[in-house]
Design a protein around this ligand. Structure first.
Ligand SMILES: *[C@@H]1O[C@H](CO)[C@@H](O)[C@H](O)[C@H]1NC(C)=O
Ligand SMILES: *[C@@H]1O[C@H](CO)[C@@H](O)[C@H](O)[C@H]1NC(C)=O
Ligand SMILES: *[C@@H]1O[C@H](CO)[C@@H](O)[C@H](O)[C@H]1NC(C)=O
Ligand SMILES: CC(=O)N[C@H]1CO[C@H](CO)[C@@H](O)[C@@H]1O
Length: 637
């Protein structure tokens, strides 16, 4: 009897533990904070986007975020990788969203799931799959039935996938928040009344999916109830939500910035970021998110554009390679600890503000026996000494001091106490480094270089011939970055656009990169930039009597991801393309053009190291003055 009873009670304990592990968490909010199981919480969040690293890296990144004092991991959901072909879903490997969310749960952290499904995110086409552009009658991000139907279907698919895996807090999972749309308030005026109708529809559609946790809209001042409108920016201390019933939340505090090709490598000092964070909690904030906490890498062809770099390091507290960036990571960890010491006071009451002189301010959270204070010097130049509660405090320029007991300063944001260690890149032991910085590494040289020639112009059987110039994205559907435009003209020698054998060739392109070939030889190249992708290329070329071939290679470098009507910006050579001389001109814009999507080397998978192609030539004598060449080297480290 006794033994049976013992066994039974052991079984009951096991059952209780299992039930305890998946116990539903009740997430609501009030004007001060998110309320989790009836308790207001002060939360620190950080963005880590699952497809910008590999599943092997996820647990380590999440642990470093936890060690850095984070409570929440925030990620966007990237529609294009989950539904590359309409109706065919992919949640495998780097795209395994549920596995990522579970990895966060395993570390004991919460998740903020920003579904969008428009995400911007410096991601190709803002995260939209290209097929969406070809849905008849579709207009992105406005009150348009075909668009709304697709958006609702995908959003519901993500919600169902999360529900199926039991990942919402309401089911005992880690997801405490979800986002619909993204920074739409920055651009909605361009869509007029239809934009407002769409925004309200998106909010209602999200709520109808019944996740059991609150939804937010960031940068949307008029987000309808019950959605929480939140702030994105470098500083959000001045932000107020649109209802006295909503908490002050910061969904994107930019820890640095993204890198563009040709742009400077962004840098934001740890002290300034720490100042912004402390100011936010000082002025009533209770949830802030680092965008990014780990940026990672834009793998494959996922970088947005034009010209967003493959590195998405973002100067974030965890660097592109998954290593902590000091002193940023350590200093912010210390800031988080100091803020958490204030949590009992922060959740107990609203702040009251006391002026400490010009550009200096105290915020005091006092309720019963708990008291926390933040003292800020918002003067960017000079240090100050202020008097607070009868005591003197020295405040460095542009800094916040945190006093969890209203007396003792545990941290000032301008003073970094955390150990400063920096990682450095080193050459392999056996490398020899020349005075100009170039280096040779015997191990690498051993494997040797090989090359493969890419032919100029049309080589594929499925090339298409048509009168006139075609926009590139409509033509390639982003199946490749490359589109060949090829035409030929027959010259007698006395044409008005000729000056002897010379003619001036003009090529106008929407971008992003152009190469011009005349009779198989390179005549020139040009590129746009991150701020304007437009190209107008002009040069004198030599034509020969008889047939002349003009081949133009246009390349995209990441499709646009931001702005009203970003999908209609377009790319490629839309004209005019014109020959001109002293006595006249010949407009080639409406001539017969032959089009080829992609390069031959792409069809042959020359970029894939696992495929051996006979095209590769191993040689120490590399071809020079050849227009288009693939080069390959294998590195063994
Ligand atoms: C969830 O919490 C809110 C606020 O604390 C409370 O009003 C509500 O009854 C709770 N719901 C459940 C299902 O416990
Ligand atoms: C693509 O084609 C559509 C339909 O013909 C047209 O409306 C649009 O302007 C074209 N260009 C781009 C960039 O989408
Ligand atoms: C024609 O070519 C000659 C010789 O190359 C040059 O000097 C002259 O400026 C050109 N004329 C025009 C109108 O381009
Ligand atoms: C979208 C947004 O909030 N942008 C702000 C980011 O921060 C900079 C610098 O404070 C502001 O100039 C932007 O308006």
């Amino acid at each position: 009897m006794a033994a049976t009873a013992l066994l039974l009670s052991a079984a009951a304990v096991v059952l209780l533990c299992l039930a305890g592990g998946s116990r539903a968490t009740n997430v609501t909010y009030d004007h001060r904070a998110l309320v989790i199981d009836g308790v207001r919480r002060v939360l620190v969040s950080g963005s880590i986007h699952y497809p910008r690293s590999t599943p092997d890296m996820w647990p380590g990144l999440i642990q470093k975020a936890k060690d850095g004092g984070l409570d929440v991991i925030e990620t966007y959901v990237f529609w294009d990788i989950h539904e590359p072909v309409r109706g065919q879903y992919d949640f495998e490997g780097r795209k395994d969203l549920a596995a990522f969310v579970k990895a966060v749960a395993d570390a004991g952290l919460y998740v903020h799931l920003r579904i969008g499904p428009y995400v911007c995110a410096e991601w190709n086409y803002g995260g939209f799959p290209l097929w969406l552009h070809f849905i008849p009658g579709v207009k992105f991000r406005t009150d348009n039935e075909p668009f709304k139907a697709e958006m609702q279907r995908f959003t519901a698919k993500v919600v169902d996938t999360m529900k199926g895996a039991g990942l919402y807090a309401s089911q005992g999972g880690p997801i405490i928040l979800s986002q619909i749309e993204n920074e739409y308030g920055n651009i909605d005026s361009a869509y007029g009344a239809a934009g407002k109708a769409y925004m309200r529809w998106a909010a209602g559609m999200a709520v109808s999916l019944d996740t059991g946790v609150p939804w937010v809209m960031c940068q949307q001042a008029d987000a309808p109830d019950p959605l929480i409108n939140t702030c994105n920016g470098f500083y959000c201390d001045g932000f107020t939500p649109n209802s006295a019933a909503k908490p002050k939340m910061w969904t994107e505090n930019w820890s640095g910035w993204f890198l563009s090709f040709g742009g400077a490598v962004p840098y934001r000092p740890a002290e300034d970021l720490a100042f912004a964070v402390a100011r936010f909690y000082q002025r009533g904030g209770t949830f802030q998110n680092y965008y990014m906490y780990h940026g990672g890498t834009n793998l494959d062809r996922s970088a947005g554009g034009p010209f967003i770099a493959t590195s998405y390091d973002y100067d974030a507290p965890i660097d592109e390679y998954g290593l902590v960036r000091q002193p940023k990571w350590g200093h912010l960890r210390d800031v988080h600890k100091a803020i958490k010491l204030c949590e009992p006071a922060l959740i107990a009451t609203d702040p009251s503000y006391i002026s400490l002189g010009q550009n200096a301010e105290a915020a005091v959270y006092k309720a019963g026996s708990v008291c926390a204070a933040f003292l800020a010097n918002i003067d960017g130049q000079s240090d100050k000494t202020v008097t607070f509660n009868g005591k003197m405090y020295k405040l460095p320029a542009w800094s916040v001091s945190i006093l969890p007991d209203c007396k003792n300063v545990v941290l000032n944001t301008a003073q970094i106490n955390s150990q400063v260690t920096s990682s450095e890149m080193r050459y392999l032991e056996s490398s020899t480094v020349a005075s100009d910085g170039s280096f040779t590494t015997p191990e690498l040289a051993v494997s040797g270089w090989s090359y493969a020639i890419e032919p100029v112009g049309i080589t594929k059987d499925n090339a298409l011939t048509k009168a006139g110039l075609m926009e590139q994205i409509n033509t390639t559907a982003d199946a490749s970055d490359f589109l060949w435009y090829s035409t030929s003209i027959t010259v007698k020698g006395d044409e008005p656009y000729l000056n002897g054998s010379q003619s001036n060739l003009l090529v106008s392109s929407l971008g992003h990169v152009l190469q011009v070939y005349v009779n198989g030889k390179i005549a020139g190249s040009a590129q746009g930039s991150a701020s304007s992708s437009l190209i107008s290329w002009q040069k004198s070329i030599t034509l020969v009597p008889g047939k002349n071939k003009i081949d133009l290679l246009s390349a995209t470098v990441g499709l646009s991801n931001y702005g009203a009507f970003f999908d209609l910006v377009g790319a490629g050579i839309t004209g005019p393309v014109k020959l001109s001389g002293p006595n006249g001109a010949l407009d080639l814009s409406s001539a017969q053009w032959t089009y080829q999507i992609g390069l031959r080397g792409e069809d042959l998978h020359l970029y894939d190291p696992s495929e051996a192609s006979p095209e590769w030539v191993s040689s120490n004598a590399y071809p020079i003055n050849q227009p288009l060449i693939w080069y390959k080297v294998s590195m063994i480290i």
